[in-house]
Write a new protein. Sequence first.
Length: 238
Amino acid sequence: MRDHPLLPALIVGALLAVGLIGSGAFVGQGLVNARIGDRSVTVRGLAERDVRADLAVLPLRFTASGDVLSEVQARIDGDLAIVRRFLTAQGYADDAVSLGRLEVADTRSREYASQTGGPRFILAQTVVVRSTDVDRVQTTSRALNELVRQGVVLQDYAGPSYIFSKLNDVRPAMIAEATASARTGAEQFAKDSGAPLGPISQANQGSFQILARDEIGDESQSPDKKVRVVTTISYRLR
């Protein structure tokens, strides 16, 4: 029997075809796995906590004016003595009260040359109360009319500032709470989609916010605050 010349070529072609079909199947399977591997869900978890300020800062700025510098200085010194006695009566220790710089303005100097009339010298002195006794500072701020009755002219009074300085004390528990909240949301999504929840693929803690407890007004003016953190976490779906 004579060998057919086309037989080897047919056999080789068939083998190549089978090989290509097999490799195509593996490539297709690889694409499917890649798509499955890319499936993920991104969720956010929220944690909030009500806290109380642990530090209060109360600045008291008072002024005096006149045409004779020494007289104006004497009035400022007298007002300073009144303020110190008032704060001592309010129960503050000496180290809770600090003295700021003395401001002096001469309205006849070149800087104020365009101004006419009024006193020549304006002096301003600032006293700062810094205390961890927040309730005491609140009481003091409500009693400042006593200084006014004694002739102390308070200027630019904006009230005390209340500070929560113990964020590191609540940070770990709040991050854990926000992470648990995010996982709960991811588990519900996975359940609804019929795909098992996999490991975390990416996480962003987010930044902590300190707000007024009722989220109204300036946070620094409220002793009652709310700490908030939002985490963003991506989970793989299997």
